[in-house]
Design a protein around this ligand. Structure first.
Ligand SMILES: [Zn+2]
Length: 231
């Protein structure tokens, strides 16, 4: 299913659970996340319906349900650039080491190996078209979020979920517990959720669940809830 949110964001949902996005830019489209394996045709069909080429493919993190169709998609987009964080790039080639200074907790969730190589790696503060990269570790150590500077839509990856109710990654929602089970380090996830909430996004878009407009008050509430639950 494909839905439009605001002026620039098209959401592609598979199985009612997993989201990828196309961001409208002056020169074409930026795909944010590629979904699990088998999602490339739906993403390409959504781009075709918009009548614009996909210029860039961004990953929020290397979990299977976000990177699973990367190679398929890139194989069909010879002129597009793939971009991700340096740690996502390492995870995709099976180098699963954590960085010095990161909590040395065990990685959780499914990771996927890919042969696509990033044209560039991006770090906190980098600008990719209209999107500013924001370090968003916690759910996974390699995670980036992206804030659209035109309308403050926040692509939060799995830093938050909205499936089963809005929640900080790691704060269990019984209706959809998968992101909580896959969360690497809860204190870091909480710090990231606080940072992302402080950006006061106009719209919150996530890997799992519906898009939330005017999310600030609800984000503040679930950050407080997670702070209690993580104690
Ligand atoms: Zn994930």
């Amino acid at each position: 299913m494909t839905t439009k949110h605001g002026s620039y964001c098209t959401k592609i949902t598979r199985f009612g659970l997993m989201n990828s996005y196309l961001v409208d830019e002056a020169d074409g489209l930026t795909a944010v996340d590629t979904g699990m394996s088998g999602s490339a045709p739906a993403i390409l069909a959504a781009a075709a319906a918009l009548g614009k080429p996909i210029r860039r493919v961004l990953l929020t993190h290397a979990h299977t349900d976000h990177a699973g169709s990367l190679d398929d998609l890139m194989a069909q987009l010879p002129d597009a650039e793939f971009l991700c964080s340096p740690q996502t790039a390492r995870f995709l080639i099976g180098d699963m080491g954590l960085e010095k200074g990161q909590p040395q907790s065990k990685l959780r969730g499914g990771f996927v190996r890919c042969t696509s190589k990033p044209a560039l790696t991006v770090v906190d503060g980098d600008q990719i078209g209209s999107l500013r990269a924001i370090a968003a570790p916690g759910h996974a150590p390699d995670q980036l979020a992206f804030l659209d500077s035109r309308d403050r839509t926040l692509y939060a990856g799995d830093a938050f979920q909205t499936q089963g109710g809005l929640a900080v990654s790691g704060d269990m929602r019984l209706l959809f517990p998968l992101p909580a089970w896959a969360t690497w380090h809860k204190p870091t996830a909480l710090e990231t959720a606080r940072n992302l909430t402080a950006l006061k996004p106009s719209r919150l878009v996530v890997g799992h669940g519906p898009v939330l407009d005017h999310p600030h008050k609800a984000m503040v509430e679930v950050v407080e809830r997670a702070a209690r639950n993580f104690q």
